[in-house]
Unconditional design. Structure first.
Length: 423
């Protein structure tokens, strides 16, 4: 098969890496890709939201399967674009249609979906600039900390958790009236704070059948001990040690099954990955959020643990025959540690030369924000490169990741040295 992966990050490198190992893969393209994907596939300088250029590429290269990595093109309707074009409608697209992608594109939509299908989540209300005073009144009924979420896509940065009521009111006003997150915060969801430990559950679905992938836990804060600003993710661990068989059964019965059934009932066509952000509160799972694609850096620990042929799995998702697949998972733990640019998640410089990649043998290296120039690999983003390792326990896997990340170097490189501290 000729396959196109859309995206440029560590998630796309990990997906491309697994797809490249399949005997079913003939030609593999990544658009736009990075320095890592260029070693296993052909990078094409096409943007993930340039649907016209994607169409030209797909037809020119006789692509049969498109795997959409990031959320933006899904929320913008890339799957619908294919379905509505006679030249493209027979090509399999992995990723939900626009109506279903609103599960990530709108926090309010996701909350209403969960309420409608009795999926456990935090109590909430949503507000606009016109109902700002009601928002203030609702905040006064809650106990701190206060959780404010921009309704739309804000690149993972639209959630604020605040301890002080006056500060929460000030931030609510900044989001609604001063457009702190642009159009993403035209509506703001305020919800009760859930106190517990988080994990992510990943589901594959063909719209009717589903398979549950390994769980993972990522670390969002820049500072050790989960302090400082939120990032796109500083590393991840899979599986999550406390997610035992009984807890996973609860997740499946109360959350996964009602989610897949709810999509069908609401006529929201969904072929793709469902990322369910969960929190364990008093031993019970509750949903924090949905994403309509794989997480990053969780993909870099979840996908390497899949022993089945990923292309076969993706084909079954497209054909509606996912129930016929027996998903084989590596029983070992996997961990990934992310090296980021100095200054990230605030201002940082690009174009720093990366050295030492070739010295790493017993771990997988996935590129997140890199580019190739004059035979050199340079930094090209805030999150730059990630080192994934296996072990009989997550601690053993982490020891290997840390040993190998020390072999990498670029100016200002930083990574967290305390992953797994809370497990």
């Amino acid at each position: 098969m000729n396959i196109l992966v859309l995206g440029a990050g560590g998630r796309e490198h990990a997906l491309a890496h697994k797809i490249s190992q399949s005997p079913k893969t003939n030609k593999l393209l990544v658009a736009p890709g990075n320095a890592g994907t260029s070693e296993i596939a052909t990078n094409v300088p096409v943007g993930v939201n340039d649907f016209g250029a994607i169409k030209d590429l797909v037809l020119a290269e006789e692509i049969q399967l498109v795997v959409v990595g990031p959320e933006d093109p899904l929320v913008n309707g890339v799957h619908d674009f294919f379905l509505n074009d006679p030249a493209l409608q027979n090509i399999t697209v992995i990723g939900p249609q626009k109506a279903a992608a609103a599960l990530e594109g709108s926090k309010e939509f996701a909350k209403e979906f969960m309420m409608r299908h009795q999926i456990p989540t935090a109590a909430y209300q949503s507000f606009t600039a016109g109902t700002l005073q009601e928002g203030f009144a609702f905040l006064e009924t809650l106990k701190p900390p206060y959780v404010l979420k921009a309704d739309g896509l804000a690149a993972g940065k639209g959630v604020l958790i605040l301890q002080d009521l006056e500060e929460a009111k000030k931030e609510l006003s900044a989001m609604l009236v001063d457009s702190k997150f642009g159009s993403a915060s035209a509506t703001v969801v305020i919800e009760e704070f859930l106190d517990g430990i988080e994990l992510s559950c990943f589901v594959l679905t063909d719209g009717t059948n589903y398979k549950i992938l390994p769980t993972a836990k990522d670390y969002k804060r820049i500072g050790e001990g989960d302090t400082g600003l939120n990032t796109g993710g500083m590393g991840a661990i899979s599986p999550v040690p406390f997610a035992d068989k009984a807890f996973m059964q609860m997740i499946e019965d109360r959350i996964v099954k009602p989610t897949v059934d709810g999509l069908k009932k609401d006529n929201l066509p969904y072929v793709g990955f469902i990322f369910i952000g969960l929190i364990r509160v008093d031993g019970q799972p509750k949903v924090i959020e949905y994403n309509v694609r794989m997480g990053d850096p969780e993909t870099e620990v979840v996908i390497p643990r899949v022993k089945s042929d990923l292309v076969e799995v993706l084909q079954a998702m497209g054909n509606g025959t996912l129930d016929s697949i027996d998903l084989e998972i590596d029983p070992r733990a996997a961990t990934t540690v992310m090296a980021v640019s100095g200054g990230y998640p605030e201002a940082y410089e690009k174009g720093k030369e990366i050295s030492g990649i070739e010295k790493i043998g017993d771990s997988l290296v996935f590129h997140a924000g890199t580019k190739e120039q004059d035979g050199k690999v340079l930094t090209n983003g805030g999150r730059v490169i990630t080192v994934t390792s296996f072990g009989n326990s997550f601690r053993e896997a982490l020891a290997t990741s840390y040993k190998n990340i020390e072999k990498l170097h670029f100016d200002g490189m930083y990574y967290r040295k305390d992953l797994g501290f809370d497990l």
